[in-house]
Design a protein around this ligand. Structure first.
Ligand code: TYD
Ligand code: MG
Length: 455
C-alpha cells in the first residue's frame, strides 16, 4: 500500500518544526503561526543535491592552496576593521539592523566604492523603486560606471541576471522580500523562504567566488527575523545599531569566519550619507558638562579598540511606591545589581530613589569594565558632588563590592592619555601589572569604598 506523504508543519515566527499542526508554538509561544511546510522534492537516483565546491573527494589539508588570502578594501576604514581587514572574496555577509538605521545607505556606499575600484557590482533591491534608490544615491554623491541596479524579488530572475552580468559583488536588500520557487508557494520572509533564498545565495557566493551582502531586518527582540539558521549559514554577521535621536551609528560584528568578533566601526549619518568616525572617543565625549554631578568617563574595549564614553547617572528621590530605574545603552539588570551592592556594602540608602543611567552617543555597551564607572556615576549623582573631569575610571565590580581586574588595561590607559586625561582609576590588581609608561597618574582601587572616598 502506498504511504501517505509525510506532512510537517513549522512556526513562521521562530522556525520550530512539528509533525502536526498546533495552535500555539511550544517554542516561541506565539498563536496561529503554524504553516504547512512544502514536502521536499523526491530525490531520484540520478538527482544529487548541489554541491558548494567542486572538490568531490577528500583532499589533504596541507595540499590545499587557498584561492588568495587577499582582502578587498571597501573604501571605508571602519567597515574594513569590522570585517577583519577587508572583504574576503566569495564570502556571504549578513547586515542586520532596525528599519531606517541606514543599512541601505551603508551598502550603497560600499557598492559605490567597490565599483570605483574597478569591480562590477549589482545592487538588488526588493524594497524600493529605482527612482527612490536614485534619490538616495544623489545625496551620497557621484556614482561610477559599473554599478548596476535591479529591482526584483523573484530569486529565479535574479539568478538569471547574475549569470548574464557576472558581477564581482552582489547586494541583496533585503532577504525578507526575496521569493524562491524552491520553497514552494510559502510567503516571502517566512522561515522556509529565508532558508531557501540563503541557500541559493550561498551556492552563488561559494561557487563563483562572488561576494554577497545580504540585508536582514531584525525583530523587536533585536535578533534577525527568520530563523537562527540564517546566522549559521552565512560567513559573517554584522549588526548596524544606534539610537534614533543620535547621528552616530555602530557597526558590530557578531560572527566572523575571517576575523575576530566584537569589532566595531563607528559612523556618523550626515546629509550626504554615512561617514567614518576614526576618532570615536573624541566624538563620544563631545558636549560633556563642564561641572555637574553624575557624569564620569569610562574606557570600554570594543573588540580590540578602546573607546572612551561618558556614563551619566541621575539619582533622585522617588515619589512612587516602587522607585523607577531605567538604563539606556547599558544592561538594566546590571544597574539594579550595582545599586544593591552600593546600598548593602557602601551604606548608600537608595531604596527610595529613582535612578536613570545613560551611556551617551547612543552606544550599547556590554562590558563588565563599565561597572565601576556606573557605580561612580551613581555615587556622584546621589551625593550631588561632581567627579573629577580629568579622570577616567574602569573596572569590574563583584557582589561583595570588590573591584576586579579587567583585560587590556594598557590599551585603555593609552587611549585615555591620548585624549588628554590626567588620571585613571583602575583595579588595584592591574596597577602593579601596568607600570605607568606615560604621564597619566594611576590610582588603584580595591573596592567600591575606595571610589566613594574619591567623590
Ligand atoms: P536607510 O539606508 O534607508 O535605512 P535602512 O535601509 O536601514 O532602512 O536610511 C534611512 C535613513 O537615513 C533615513 O531616515 C534618512 C537618513 N539619511 C540621512 O540622514 N542622510 C543621507 O544622506 C541618507 C542617504 C539617508
Ligand atoms: Mg533599506
Amino acid at each position: 500500500m502506498a504511504k501517505a506523504p509525510a506532512v510537517s508543519f513549522f512556526c513562521t515566527e521562530c522556525g520550530y518544526e512539528a509533525s502536526k499542526w498546533m495552535g500555539q508554538c511550544p517554542s516561541c509561544h506565539n498563536w496561529n503561526t503554524f504553516a504547512e511546510a512544502p514536502s521536499a522534492p523526491k530525490k531520484g537516483p540520478g538527482k544529487k543535491s548541489p554541491s558548494l565546491y567542486s572538490a568531490q573527494s577528500p583532499v589533504k589539508i596541507r595540499e590545499i592552496r587557498p584561492e588568495s588570502g587577499e582582502r578587498v578594501p571597501t573604501g571605508s576604514s571602519e567597515m574594513d576593521t569590522v570585517l577583519g581587514g577587508g572583504i574576503v572574496k566569495g564570502s556571504l555577509i549578513l547586515v542586520g539592523g532596525d528599519p531606517g538605521i541606514g543599512k541601505s545607505t551603508l551598502l550603497l556606499q560600499v557598492c559605490r566604492n567597490l565599483a570605483a575600484s574597478g569591480q562590477k557590482v549589482l545592487y538588488v533591491s526588493g524594497e524600493e523603486s529605482p527612482s527612490q534608490i536614485k534619490l538616495r544615491a544623489d545625496r551620497i554623491g557621484e556614482f561610477p560606471e559599473n554599478l548596476y541596479l535591479l529591482c526584483e524579488t523573484d530569486l529565479g530572475t535574479i539568478e538569471t541576471q547574475i549569470s548574464a552580468l557576472k558581477p564581482d559583488t552582489i547586494v541583496i536588500d533585503s532577504i525578507q522580500t526575496m521569493f524562491s520557487e524552491e520553497a514552494g508557494g510559502v510567503l516571502p520572509g517566512s522561515v522556509t523562504q529565508v532558508r531557501a533564498v540563503t541557500g541559493t545565495l550561498l551556492r552563488i557566493a561559494k561557487g563563483e567566488a562572488v561576494t554577497v551582502f545580504v540585508v536582514g531586518h531584525v525583530t523587536k527582540e533585536g535578533t534577525m527575523a527568520g530563523p537562527r539558521v540564517l546566522e549559521h549559514m552565512v560567513d559573517t554577521v554584522l549588526y548596524f545599531e544606534g539610537e534614533s535621536h543620535s547621528s552616530y551609528r555602530v557597526l558590530r560584528s557578531a560572527k566572523n569566519r575571517f576575523g575576530s568578533t566584537d569589532e566595531i566601526g563607528v559612523f556618523e549619518m550626515r546629509g550626504t550619507g554615512l561617514s567614518d568616525v576614526p576618532n570615536a572617543s573624541a566624538a563620544m565625549l563631545e558636549g560633556r558638562p563642564e561641572k555637574g554631578s553624575g557624569s564620569v568617563v569610562v574606557c570600554s574595549m570594543e573588540g580590540t579598540r578602546p573607546l572612551l564614553l561618558e556614563v551619566q547617572a541621575l539619582v533622585c528621590r522617588s515619589n512612587l511606591g516602587i522607585p523607577r530605574r531605567q538604563a539606556a545603552g547599558y544592561d538594566y539588570n546590571r544597574v539594579n545589581i550595582l545599586m544593591a551592592v552600593l546600598e548593602k556594602r557602601g551604606g548608600l540608602k537608595m531604596s527610595d530613589c529613582d535612578a536613570y543611567i545613560n551611556v551617551t552617543g547612543g552606544i550599547r555597551v556590554r562590558e563588565p569594565a563599565m561597572d565601576l564607572a556606573v557605580c561612580a556615576a551613581i555615587i556622584s549623582s546621589f551625593r550631588n558632588r561632581a567627579f573629577d573631569r580629568d579622570t577616567v575610571i574602569f573596572g569590574e565590580v563583584g557582589l561583595s563590592g570588590e573591584v576586579r581586574n579587567v583585560s587590556m588595561a594598557d590599551k585603555r590607559l593609552a587611549e585615555a592619555e591620548k585624549l588628554g586625561f590626567a588620571r585613571a582609576v583602575i583595579p588595584e590588581g592591574r596597577k602593579k601589572a601596568t607600570a605607568p609608561k606615560g604621564k597619566i597618574e594611576i590610582v588603584g582601587v580595591k573596592s567600591v569604598y575606595d571610589v566613594m572616598d574619591l567623590i
